[in-house]
Design a protein around this ligand. Structure first.
Ligand SMILES: [Zn+2]
Length: 78
């Protein structure tokens, strides 16, 4: 398993085994966010989806969630 310096927690930590989603963003997350921080995001994401009643089949809602995710993971400059 690869070790990376995480953009969110700043520690050297284990990367995800696989990109968590397709495309450039998935590759960026695998390269820059540790597995622990991504796991934290996943539980945070569920809270947000419930709290804001986001509809993941709605592309505007998906975009909104992606923006929040980048901020949460320290990837806003990507
Ligand atoms: Zn981290």
């Amino acid at each position: 398993m690869a070790t990376i310096v995480c953009a969110r927690c700043g520690k050297s930590a284990e990367a995800l085994d696989n990109p968590p989603m397709g495309g450039q963003l998935g590759a960026t997350i695998q390269e820059r966010v540790c597995a622990n921080c991504y796991a934290e995001w996943l539980s945070q994401q569920n809270l947000l989806i419930n709290h804001y009643a986001l509809n993941m089949s709605d592309s505007d809602d998906r975009k909104k969630l992606i923006e929040v995710m980048k901020e949460y993971l320290g990837l806003v400059k990507v």
